[in-house]
Design a protein around this ligand. Structure first.
Ligand SMILES: [Zn+2]
Length: 299
């Protein structure tokens, strides 16, 4: 009997020691709103169950010409954190934040400190006085800096979660490294690396994976090119043996299609934002999908 009693006590104390204190986040995950789907994916990878995240854009809209919906105002009103690229990319977001008038909202600008590529074509993107192309996430190494900003911002408002965020970040960086070397392997042996792109979204991707963007159809995001510019592009495609024109599901394919018909250069559709095409739901899937399309078109 005494033995049983001791055993009972032991079991009780054992189970007491094993009780996990309820984690504060379990009741209330941090509500995060992002402008773009890639940021939503990054937040989900770092934050896991401690966050509840949604992107304002679905991936099917142009990041430059988006018009916020009434439900977006509600989402920003209820959020603890809003995550954007910055650099004037999301020209529509500042008025959205103002209209939501949420005094608890932390706005995270994930592009700060990232070295930018400059070009005449893309300076028009900018409405905040920054100089440089804002499509930084198409380079996986720059995306890591974006992700570090997200990890820091989450740790600031949820210090208990810091170690979890850092562990998640490390695991995700490994996946990004794998993706990067897969793409490098895929594109390495291509000889003709010249492309024409529809809007100036691709310079970081091209620099990282050694492709050559000869020209952009849209000199300013969201504007139609002049007849003269189109004629110039057609000329260069013929003279310089350019075989691939890159359009995007978020843009009207009419002009790239007509250039393709005029020159026999092949038009392919890549998406700069996850969710733009089937099979591009995550950042990594999108990067690998784009590389695969380029690889088969440039061979
Ligand atoms: Zn863009």
């Amino acid at each position: 009997m005494r033995h049983l009693y001791t055993l009972f006590l032991l079991l009780i104390s054992y189970s007491l020691l094993n009780i996990v204190p309820p984690r504060s986040f379990a009741a209330q995950p941090i509500k995060v709103v992002t402008t773009l789907t890639l940021l939503e994916d990054f937040v989900r990878n770092v934050g896991g169950e401690r966050v509840e995240v949604r992107s304002l854009l679905s991936g099917l809209e142009s990041e430059h010409t988006y018009t916020p919906k009434p439900s977006d105002i509600v989402a920003v009103k209820e959020a603890r954190m809003l995550i954007k690229i910055g650099l004037g990319l999301e020209v529509w977001v500042d008025s959205l934040i103002k209209n939501a008038s949420n005094s608890k909202l932390v706005v995270v600008n994930t592009s700060s400190g990232i070295p930018l590529l400059r070009s005449e074509e893309v300076d028009s993107h900018d409405h905040d006085g920054h100089l440089g192309n804002p499509h930084i996430w198409l380079d996986p190494e720059r995306s890591k800096v974006i992700i570090r900003h997200i990890t820091e911002a989450l740790s600031d408002i949820d210090p208990e979660g810091r170690n979890i965020y850092l562990t998640n970040q490390a695991g995700y960086f490994k996946k990004i490294d794998t993706m990067r070397s897969k793409i490098e392997d895929k594109l390495r042996s291509i000889k003709n690396r010249k492309i024409i792109t529809h809007h100036p979204a691709w310079p970081y991707f091209a620099q990282r994976f050694k492709l050559q963007i000869v020209d952009n159809i849209q000199l300013q995001a969201g504007t139609e090119p002049s007849a003269r510019h189109i004629a110039n592009i057609i000329n260069r495609i013929k003279k310089e043996d350019i075989r691939v024109i890159v359009s995007e599901p978020q843009l009207n394919p009419k002009v790239p299609k007509s250039i393709s018909e005029e020159t026999n250069a092949k038009m392919i559709i890549l998406t700069p934002i996850p969710g733009g095409l089937p099979g591009t739901g995550t950042y990594i899937e999108m990067m690998e999908y784009n590389a695969e399309q380029l690889s088969s078109a440039l061979r």
